[in-house]
Design a protein around this ligand. Structure first.
Ligand SMILES: Cc1cc2nc3c(=O)[nH]c(=O)nc-3n(C[C@H](O)[C@H](O)[C@H](O)COP(=O)(O)OP(=O)(O)OC[C@H]3O[C@@H](n4cnc5c(N)ncnc54)[C@H](O)[C@@H]3O)c2cc1C
Length: 338
């Protein structure tokens, strides 16, 4: 089932807020693959929720977060993936970054749905596949994942490589479960994190400038900006099919993830994350944020995340299922009429 890109992320919050990752282009969001859920409501009743039972609750929990009850069981639609998939990483240094991002902007929308790319503004890791002179170098990586065999993956990698030769690259088959765990260590428990996200329609030139400009403003080498592509299967779901906080048009979700081993270092990169978010706002879709990447609860941004119509429908569902706002220590939706 489609999930996030880190294996130790909880299925509860990830699903209830949306759930985007490697399979978003191929199979949609996690919520697009939810078949039913068992929910303990605020009044203690245990209900099953699916298109035919408690349909409004089923709509609300697919994007509306933990506002409506405690989900004790999720039933998902599964997809045949792997067991082996194709993985590739191409890394461009800072002075190549703008050209690389423009190439990615051109290539990504035309990729078949069996390929996906996540772009990362990061420091090259001191990994065995990275030449020593590039360890910790700042730059942009394209993480290219293929679910339909080596040929299709290799030709997409070749188009990127031919347009802007990377400083280094790494490619090969790997088990899908290894891909799912590949970023776990970089996002390990016990570090300090802060993130803010926004959506942009395209990696336009001003967006390229904002991303490149913010690359060297990070102080912690663990901090990254991640850019997820959302289109194909993601865009096949109707705008009102689920309560997802965002539109379904083809777009990119941009995450400024500040991460550090110490709180004082985090403070600097929290500012970096906020600054990247602010720099992208003129080019964002007004919606502004993905609720699962909202580290801080900001009431006015919750409404903006859903848009007025969806927020009001969620508030009406909240008034039915949790009128006293028992479930409020979350990205809170206030019950309508209160
Ligand atoms: C390292 C890392 C990587 C991530 N990568 C991705 C990614 O690739 N894609 C993506 O979409 N998101 C990603 N996220 C964001 C993630 O979706 C959210 O942080 C999500 O809230 C995690 O869910 P959780 O259950 O682990 O969190 P928790 O902190 O346990 O829960 C968060 C909220 O979810 C609700 N909740 C959780 N479980 C239940 C339940 N069973 N019933 C009712 N409500 C519940 C509650 O409101 C709770 O306050 C990532 C987060 C981290 C920390």
């Amino acid at each position: 089932m489609p999930s996030g890109v880190v294996a130790h992320t909880g299925v509860g919050g990830l699903t209830l807020g949306g759930g985007m990752g490697w399979l978003s282009r191929t199979a949609g969001l996690t919520i697009d693959n939810l078949v039913s859920a068992e929910v303990v409501l605020a009044d203690g009743r245990v209900v099953r929720s699916c298109p035919d039972e408690e349909p409004e609750l089923f709509w609300a929990i697919r994007g509306g977060g933990g506002n409506f009850g405690v989900v004790t069981e999720f039933e998902f639609r599964l997809h045949e993936v792997g067991p082996m998939i194709e993985f590739g990483l191409l890394f461009w240094g800072r002075d190549q970054a703008a050209d690389a991002l423009r190439t990615l902007r051109q290539e990504i929308p035309d990729l078949p749905r069996s390929l996906n790319v996540i772009i990362a503004a990061m420091n090259a890791p001191p990994a065995p596949f990275v030449p020593e002179q590039h360890h910790f170098r700042e730059g942009f990586a394209a993480l290219l994942v293929g679910f339909a065999g080596a040929e299709e993956h290799a030709s997409a990698a070749a188009r990127l490589r031919d347009a802007v030769p990377p400083l280094f690259e790494h490619a090969g088959p790997m088990p899908y479960v290894a891909l799912q765990q590949m970023l776990d260590e970089a996002n390990r428990w016990g570090q300090h994190y802060y993130e803010k996200s926004t959506y942009v329609d395209d990696i336009t030139d001003p967006v390229v400038d904002a991303l490149v400009d913010h690359l060297h403003r990070r102080t912690s080498p663990m901090s990254v900006a991640l850019i997820y592509r959302l289109d194909q299967a993601f865009s096949e779901a109707g705008e009102l099919d689920t309560a997802f906080g965002g539109t379904r048009s083809p777009q990119y979700a941009v995450f400024g993830v500040a991460a550090s081993p110490t709180p004082d270092l985090l403070a600097a990169d929290r500012d970096w994350s906020r600054s990247l978010w602010a720099a992208l706002q003129p080019y964002s879709k007004g919606i502004g944020t993905y609720v699962n990447a909202m580290t801080e609860y900001e009431e006015q941004r919750v409404r903006a995340a859903y848009g007025d119509a969806k927020y009001e429908r969620l508030a009406r569902a909240k008034a039915v299922y949790d009128p006293r706002n028992v479930f409020r220590r979350n990205i809170n939706i206030r019950p309508a009429g209160r």
